[in-house]
Design a protein around this ligand. Structure first.
Ligand SMILES: CC(C)(COP(=O)(O)OP(=O)(O)OC[C@H]1O[C@@H](n2cnc3c(N)ncnc32)[C@H](O)[C@@H]1OP(=O)(O)O)[C@@H](O)C(=O)NCCC(=O)NCCS
Length: 339
C-alpha cells in the first residue's frame, strides 16, 4: 500500500466539524430534458451513471454566490458569527474569475473580516484536500476555526454537444466549518491522506485560457474551453485508488469496515460507488449516494453529501464517517472524521 507521510498526522488539538451547509441552484435539468438536445435516453443515463437530474445555475448565479450561501448555512448550523472564522478555503475548478480567488469573494459576501482566504485547485478531490489543510492549521494550534467549501459551476464549462460527458455534471456548493476542540468531546478529523499523479492530466482537463493556451491567441480547437474527459480511463483508475484509500484509512486509524457509520465517496458514478462498496464489503446502509439528484458536482459533491447526511439524520454525533475523493490532476484523497 502507498502512503504519503507529508499529509497524514496525529494532531494534539482536535479539529471538529462545528457545522455544515449546502446550496444548489433551483433550476433542474432532467435526463428527459437531455433527450431534446442530444441522442440519449433516461434509461442509458440512469443505468450507466445513476443520475436522474442535476441542478444548473441561471443568470446571476455563480460559483461565489453558491459558495457564500452554503457558508452562511454552515455558520448558522455552527451558531457562529462570520468574524469568528480564521481561514476560508474554497476548492473549485470553476472559479469566479482568474483572480482574485473565489474565497476572497466569499469572504466579502459573508463578512468574515478576520479570515484569510484562498482557493484550492484539486478538481473533485478539492474538498478532501481542503479538510486535510485545515486539520493541520487547527491541530497545530495556529488557528481556531476554518471554513472549507467545495463549490462548482461545471455547467459553465460543459460541452452540451458531447453526449458522453454533458449528462454527468451539475452545479452546487457545500461547506463545513472546522473548529478547535481541546475538550476531547469528539476526535473530529482523525486522519487525512492525499495523493497526486500529474502524469495523468490528459484524462481530465479544461485546456483553454491558462498560460499554455492564453486568451490572446486563437485556440487550436474551440472545444478547448470545455471540460475534456476520458471517462473509461478515469473509471478504472478511480475504482483502484478509492479501494486503496479506504484500506489505508482503516489500517492507519485501526478501524474495521463495520466501524464506519457512513462511507461518503465522491459522487462521480453510482456504478463506481457500488463496485467499490462491494469490494470493500460495505453494506448498502453504510454507503451514501445522492448522485441521482445532483450529478457529479466535482469539489462540491462530498460536502453536499456530508451536509445532507447530517441534516437528514443519516449520521449522528460520535459517528465515524469516511470521505473519499478522486479527480482530475490526477488527485485522490480521504478524511476519516468522528462527528
Ligand atoms: C462516462 C461514462 C458514464 C461512460 O460509460 P461507459 O459504460 O464507459 O460507456 P462508453 O463510453 O463505453 O460508451 C458506450 C456507448 O454508449 C454511447 N454513449 C455515450 N454517451 C451516451 C449517452 N449520453 N447516451 C447514449 N449513448 C451514449 C457511446 O457512444 C458508446 O457507443 P458505441 O459503443 O456505439 O461507441 C463512464 O465511463 C464514467 O462514468 N466514467 C467516469 C466519469 C468521469 O470521468 N467523471 C469525472 C471525474 S470525477
Amino acid at each position: 500500500m502507498v502512503t504519503n507521510p507529508t499529509v497524514q498526522s496525529a494532531v494534539p488539538t482536535c479539529a471538529v466539524i462545528a457545522g455544515t451547509g449546502s446550496c444548489v441552484p433551483e433550476k433542474v435539468l432532467t435526463n428527459e430534458d437531455f433527450t431534446k438536445i442530444i441522442e440519449t435516453s433516461d434509461e442509458w443515463i440512469s443505468t450507466r451513471t445513476g443520475i436522474k437530474e442535476r441542478h444548473v445555475v441561471s443568470e446571476g448565479e455563480t460559483t461565489a454566490t453558491l459558495a457564500a450561501e452554503a457558508a452562511r448555512r454552515a455558520l448558522t448550523d455552527a451558531k457562529m458569527n462570520p468574524e469568528e472564522l480564521n481561514i476560508i478555503i474554497v476548492a473549485t475548478i470553476t472559479p469566479e474569475m482568474v483572480f482574485p480567488s473565489t474565497a476572497c469573494f466569499v469572504q466579502a459576501a459573508i463578512g468574515a473580516t478576520n479570515a484569510w482566504a484562498f482557493d484550492l485547485c484539486a478538481a473533485c478531490s478539492g474538498f478532501v484536500y481542503g479538510l486535510a489543510i485545515a486539520q493541520q492549521y487547527i491541530g497545530s494550534g495556529r488557528y481556531r476555526s476554518a471554513l472549507v467549501i467545495g463549490a462548482e459551476t461545471l455547467t459553465r464549462i460543459t460541452d452540451y454537444t458531447d453526449r458522453a460527458s454533458c449528462i454527468l455534471f451539475g452545479d452546487g456548493a457545500g461547506a463545513a466549518i472546522l473548529k478547535a476542540d481541546d475538550a476531547g468531546a469528539s476526535m473530529g478529523v482523525m486522519y487525512s491522506t492525499a495523493f497526486s499523479d500529474g502524469t495523468g492530466w490528459t484524462s481530465l482537463n479544461c485546456k483553454a485560457y491558462g498560460s499554455r493556451n492564453p486568451v490572446s491567441k486563437p485556440l487550436a480547437d474551440p472545444k478547448m474551453v470545455y471540460m475534456n474527459i476520458n471517462g473509461k480511463e478515469v473509471y478504472h483508475v478511480a475504482v483502484r485508488r478509492i479501494v486503496e484509500l479506504v484500506n489505508e484509512c482503516l489500517e492507519k486509524c485501526d478501524l474495521r469496515v463495520e466501524d464506519i457509520a457512513l462511507f461518503i465517496p465522491h459522487q462521480m458514478n453510482a456504478r463506481i460507488i457500488e463496485s467499490v462498496g462491494k469490494r470493500l464489503h460495505f453494506t448498502d446502509d453504510q454507503i451514501f449516494i445522492n448522485i441521482h439528484k445532483y450529478g457529479n458536482t466535482s469539489a462540491a459533491s462530498i460536502p453536499i453529501a456530508l451536509d445532507e447526511a447530517r441534516r437528514t439524520g443519516r449520521v449522528k454525533k460520535g459517528d465515524i464517517v469516511l470521505l473519499v475523493a478522486f479527480g482530475g490532476g490526477l488527485t485522490w484523497g480521504a478524511n476519516v472524521i468522528q462527528l
